[in-house]
Design a binder for this molecule. Structure first.
Ligand code: PLP
Length: 338
């Protein structure tokens, strides 16, 4: 089950759609995006990861033939209130009952689980829906240095298996669980970041054998010779330690490049990496090309992609690759397959 929330982690649903043709199911949370997937011709299951919150949601989910997560008492109550509707629709959704196993975000707590299972069992029997699936989300499948084992993947897995009726399937693994603890990933897995070729930690994407789907590219648009002691960019954060050449690149925070990237963050220009020099501005950034640079305006630049893992830029900027991929702004033109 490929996770395509946030418009396919910022890649754009229509752009990644053909690449996902072999997935068994897609998962997201926005009903309108589920509608887009149906318009594009997706006929296999779609799972709504946050479920349906009211009757209009349920009507729309049924019309779009979506399965959905049930993670709290209110959602069960709403479902119970629309049983006549569900009895008469031809499409019968598969419900994913979500347990809170330590993330404390969504899901039924330990004390509520058996009642929720009983209630959902009655509902599916009443409407003739398929056997539900039991689901949870790991809080720490990426952690190599976990101190509190009460929130370890093994513990969360055991909690779920204890509660799960034997004939229900388990839907557990995100990318980190699939790659780091596959034994705990369950019958149905939900990879997100890995299918876009970025890392979920603790290892690099390349170590996991992943290749970047997105490359953020630009060009050098100007070069400046600066003398030792001169500065570059707003606030004069960066100062030249020697006479050097500054390359000006057409990409800034208005494109989704992190403004808080520090000096030294790598930028790939025409075949090798150069350090960011000075604050990222709205439309431009500056790099130190070195004193003997021959680089001219028009030189190709990669901000992240296969020459430069997005995770490296993210970690330099105090965030994760997920956030950078999702944050590319609509003004950035997209070229597919280039
Ligand atoms: C986002 C999400 C995933 C995918 O997580 P990745 O770390 O990107 O693999 C899986 N399950 C749920 C419930 C999610 O919200």
């Amino acid at each position: 089950m490929a996770v395509v929330k946030a418009d396919g982690y910022g890649h754009g649903l229509s752009r990644i759609f053909t690449g996902l043709a072999n997935a068994d199911a897609l998962a997201l949370l926005e009903l309108d995006r589920a509608g887009r997937l149906r318009e594009m011709g997706w006929s296999k299951p779609i799972l709504l990861l946050e479920g349906c919150f009211d009757k209009p949601d349920i009507e729309q989910a049924l019309a779009l033939r979506c399965d959905w997560v049930i993670h709290n008492q209110q959602q069960l109550a709403v479902l119970n209130s629309v049983l006549p509707l569900l009895r008469h629709t031809e499409f019968k959704p598969t419900f994913y009952l979500k347990l809170n196993t330590g993330m404390n975000r969504l899901g039924f707590d330990k004390g509520q689980t058996q009642a929720a299972i009983a209630s959902l069992t009655d509902i599916v029997a009443a409407i003739g829906a398929p056997t539900p699936v039991m689901m949870t989300h790991f809080a720490n499948a990426d952690a190599s240095d976990l101190h509190d084992t009460a929130v370890s993947p093994a513990h969360q897995h055991a909690r779920l298996m204890d509660a799960k009726p034997p004939h229900w399937k388990a839907c557990l693994g995100n990318s980190a669980a699939i790659l780091n603890c596959p034994d705990l990933a369950g019958d149905i897995v939900r990879p997100g970041i890995a299918i876009y070729g970025a890392s979920c930690g603790p290892h690099s994407a390349a170590d996991y054998g992943l290749r970047a789907v997105m490359s953020l590219k630009s060009e050098v648009i100007a070069v400046q010779s600066v003398k030792k002691g001169q500065y570059a960019g707003y606030g004069s954060r960066w100062q030249a330690r020697q006479d050097t050449v500054i390359g000006v690149i057409a990409c800034g925070y208005a494109d989704g490049y992190p403004r808080h990237a520090p000096d030294g963050t790598p930028v790939w220009v025409q075949g090798r990496r150069y350090p960011l020099a000075g604050r990222v501005s709205m439309d431009m950034m500056t790099v130190d090309l070195g004193p003997a640079s021959e680089i001219k305006p028009g030189a190709p630049v990669e901000l992240w992609g296969n020459h430069l893992p997005v995770d490296e830029i993210a970690s330099a900027s105090g965030t994760i690759g997920y956030e950078l991929l999702c944050a590319v702004t609509p003004r950035v033109p997209c070229l597919i397959g280039s």
